[in-house]
Write a protein that binds this ligand. Sequence first.
Ligand SMILES: [Zn+2]
Length: 256
Amino acid sequence: MPDGAGTDTITRLRRDLAAAYRLIAHWGMDDSIYTHISVRMPDGPEGEKRFLLNPYGLRFDEVTAANLVTIDEAGAVIDDPYGAGVNAAGFTIHSAVHMARHDAVCVLHTHTVAGVALSSVKEGLLPLNQWSAQFFDRIAFHDYEGIALNLEERARIVEDLGEKRVMFLRNHGTLILGRSVAEAVKLALNLERSCKAQVAALGMGLTPVVLSDAVAEHTARQYESAYDKTEEQGAPDPEWDAFLRQLETVAPGYRG
Ligand SMILES: [Zn+2]
């Protein structure tokens, strides 16, 4: 550890990432032992890249701050307190995004039923409500190429993502980038609610009222302004604080 501040930063990142796994599990957004949430840690003393990932084979509700694995950009293990290694193949997409997008502290990938459903229709997410309006014109798409992620596909994922923070992996799931773990989790929850609400609204067989582009864009900018205040200006994040308090009740072991 370079210094005391660095140690505090890493301690907080480990706690926040463990919290993210527990919250995604608590909300039913996990998929067995699959999908990952990764964190980019500050570079090592020699400039080496370091990331945190869940131990291979653990459910999300078993992840703790202490058992997270430290790996390099290739998924090679640097520190593994639990001893189960990581799913290096599963990290390839995260590594590609982390190496291309230094603004992303956290990369969160899900296979929720609603997220997969929306990733599987041409129209994608419609601006039907406040949750979905925040993502208006802000979602990238990457076409499905099969499970294997070769180097060429990684380059295409990064190219398809561009400067966006949210991507539908077509016929597969969602990918979210956060400037903090908290931001990634909040975006993931709002995207999940957006997807569920669209499935519910369109499933009624009635006529949906789609927000105008102007209102959707205005709403998206309102959300962005609030996120920017927290991420760039250090404003308090009462929602994240509330989620951490919730974990003290439903999953207090996450900090261990
Ligand atoms: Zn996946």
